[in-house]
Design a protein around this ligand. Sequence first.
Ligand SMILES: *Cc1c(COP(=O)(O)O)cnc(C)c1O
Ligand SMILES: [Zn+2]
Length: 402
Amino acid sequence: MSYEVKCWECGRSVEDPFLNTCPVCGGVLDVRMDMEPLKELEPADLRKRPIGVWRYREFLPVSGSVVTLKEGGTPLYPCNILSDKFGVRSMHVKFEGANPTGSFKDRGMTMGVTKAVEIGAKAVGCASTGNTSASLSAYAAKSGLPCVILLPDGYVAAGKLAQAIFYGARIFQVDGNFDDALRIVRELSEEGYLYLLNSINPFRPEGQKTLAFEILDQLDYKVPDRVILPVGNAANIWSAYKGFREMMELGWIDRIPMMTGIQAEGSAPIVHAFDRGDRDFVPVEDPETVATAIRIGNPVSGKKALHAIYESGGTAITLTDDEILEAQRLLGRTEGVGVEPASAASVGGLRKLIDMGNADRDEMVVRVCTGHVLKDPDIIIQSCDAPVKCPADTEAVKRFLV
Ligand SMILES: *Cc1c(COP(=O)(O)O)cnc(C)c1O
Ligand SMILES: [Zn+2]
């Protein structure tokens, strides 16, 4: 394993492992693995290990022991009922809610916290209202490193908040918005108080790219035509693209799926940029959507995401909150798969693409469902029918049943 960290904008090498942006141009960083040694590998070599992030350890920038909760290895469900309903050839759901803390963030955190230990960080931290803090607090606990989490004022989904508190992180609710919380945690990181594990961290996408490796592995290296993901800070769509690209560089696949990003209508800077044909985006102020995991107006990896979408011949569209919630229920009630609202965007997105004529019914599609339904129980209770109140009497219940 050898690698370099480079500025994604200007290409400079960056040596200091504590940096999150280019010291010269301020651009985001990117890890480049040396692919030469990997050319000796075959898919069959990897399959001797259990499926999960660390099945692919030669592709990951680590040298020593790892901090792991056995993340990844999530199910790839064929959704035959839904594919019949949508009238498409084949459709799978990659259920990332089956990760140890219930979201794909664990793929990035096993990598990021492993790196924190490797470089001798004294503590780890992030600013987050959601799955990032839920995941980081668990991996920090496993690593033994202290963990600092800054929450902004405002709505935090109950499941996510409960997890962050539960694993023992030190949590501060700052009297400000997300940007304030992020600014503070970045300053703490620059002053050496902690190793920053927000989305801007260059090592997290390396763990997250294993999502693409697993999809290929589970499909016996048959390449799906399209992979659909919800887009918030936009690191995951970039990471998946990167994973597919590395497999192509090795010659294990001969094309890259059309990377397709879904955003909520009230929070769609990437879709607006794509509609204009731009490679950069204009931030959305005061983003709003029920899908809190993608309520992000100024995505850190937005340019990388646009690159992934254009280079793969993909697309990006929006859904309304109602469409997102309807897709969430549809997936649960036809396939038995429970996902949080942001994840359901990838399900609703396919239907809309077909209706718009932007996706072919003959495609083989994989939709990435990023987080578990229990993350946000309040939204379920608001959006589904309440239980029927009735007397404690069998005859009474029977009357309701007919
Ligand atoms: C973080 C998250 C997203 C958004 O991923 P990005 O990499 O920020 O685009 C989507 N869904 C869930 C459940 C998440 O936790
Ligand atoms: Zn630079």
